[in-house]
Design a protein around this ligand. Structure first.
Ligand code: FA5
Length: 353
């Protein structure tokens, strides 16, 4: 069987290369490189032909060699021409742009409504002399429960449906401490008091998590803002005065405030605080479920066991603490009906604030 003459190969190769070049998008460097590798590359079709020349008789070898080299030059030149044409076409298109057309409006981003209300709450307290501090969302049970007078296996733990983090046996600390996603911002009470002596006056915004079924007023992830004050001579009157002033700043000058007994293991006495409904001025409406009052936070005098657990002198120091849900406060203020909007990332909701 006779081998086809290399010149026949070259003719076919030239046709293939030129027709591929005709449809090649030379503004795409990847496509140009692919074309070059296929026809001119080290293992490309032209180089393969050139390599095969050695097997030919001398006079054919010379003739075929010259033809192959000339084809190589021709293909390189045609590629360059095509590139120049593409650039010229692009430049012409650019010149045809109407630069007097008005630009497209940039859409401005904005802060998430939770962030906005948290900042507002914190600055109300900052103006009253509170310092803002933050802490970890992944927490030891010691801070989330033990130091807050909620020992392991105490039924009070059920109040905070907890998301636990699995720890391999080998990495558990000797005291058996477990890790969780904090269920409230109160663990920062212990963390702050452990590292400083009174006077303490802090506000702690942060994210919390609970293993809860969600509904219009319950999310499994939400924020809280915690407050803690400890010093000599702090009384329940200070708690009431501070929170009353806060309510006036956030909800307006004419708001009335109500405190009722409530139970949290880390405060004694414990209360919940409500404001009179701004939707109906206390007369009763849909917002306040006809009660005239809206509950906005839990609070109380810091339990002496909590102060003692961090080594504070309970004969000398007293304090108060409180914790509120900023999403719930934003819902009340803006008439938002479902807390799940906050984390569903729907721009139709987010861009209203
Ligand atoms: C607490 O978490 C206490 N740590 C508050 C506290 C601090 C009391 C200091 C006394 C002293 P409670 O579970 O009630 O309490 O939550 C406080 C606020 O967090 C609620 O009033 C509510 O606004 C918000 N909150 C609680 N659970 C959810 C939830 N699932 N979704 C949205 N907000 C919630």
């Amino acid at each position: 069987m006779t081998e086809p003459l290399p010149t026949t190969d070259l003719k076919q190769l030239s046709e293939d290369a030129l027709s591929a070049l005709q449809v090649l998008d030379t503004s795409d460097p990847g496509a140009v490189e692919k074309w070059r590798v296929e026809f001119l590359g080290r293992n490309g079709r032209l180089t393969t032909v050139l390599r095969g020349l050695g097997a030919l008789p001398a006079e054919q070898r010379r003739e075929a060699g010259a033809a192959a080299n000339s084809l190589k030059e021709q293909l390189e030149q045609r590629l360059e021409e095509k590139r120049t044409q593409t650039l010229a076409a692009q430049a012409a298109r650019a010149e045809s742009l109407d630069i007097s057309l008005p630009g497209r409006r940039m859409r401005r981003g904005r802060l998430h409504p939770s962030t906005q209300i948290i900042r507002e709450i914190c600055s109300a307290f900052n103006e009253m002399g509170f310092q803002t501090v933050e802490g970890p969302e992944v927490e030891w049970e010691r801070y989330n429960f033990d130091l807050l007078n909620i020992p392991r296996d105490h039924p009070a733990r059920d109040k905070w449906d907890t998301i636990w983090i699995e720890q391999p046996e080998s990495r558990r600390p000797p005291d058996g401490q477990r890790i969780l996603l904090r269920t409230h911002t109160s663990p920062m009470q212990g963390r702050v008091m452990e590292r400083q002596q009174p006077p303490v006056r802090v506000i702690v915004p942060g994210k919390c998590y609970r293993f809860e079924a969600t509904d219009a007023t319950h999310e499994w992830q939400f924020h809280q803002v915690e407050g803690l004050v400890v010093d000599e001579g702090v009384t329940f009157a200070d708690l009431k005065g501070t929170l009353y002033e806060f309510a006036r700043r956030i909800f307006g000058a004419n708001r009335r405030v109500r405190f009722r007994c409530d139970f949290f293991p880390f405060v004694e006495p414990g209360v919940d605080m409500s404001i009179d409904c701004f939707g109906c001025d206390g007369k009763g409406c849909r917002i306040c479920k006809n009660s005239g009052w809206i509950e906005i936070m839990g609070a109380g005098m810091v339990h002496p066991k909590v102060l003692a657990a961090v080594g504070y002198d309970t004969a000398r120091y007293t304090g108060f603490a409180f914790g509120m849900g900023p999403e719930r406060i934003a819902m009340l203020r803006y008439g938002i009906e479902d807390i799940r909007h906050f984390f569903s990332n729907d721009l139709r909701f987010l861009s209203q604030f």
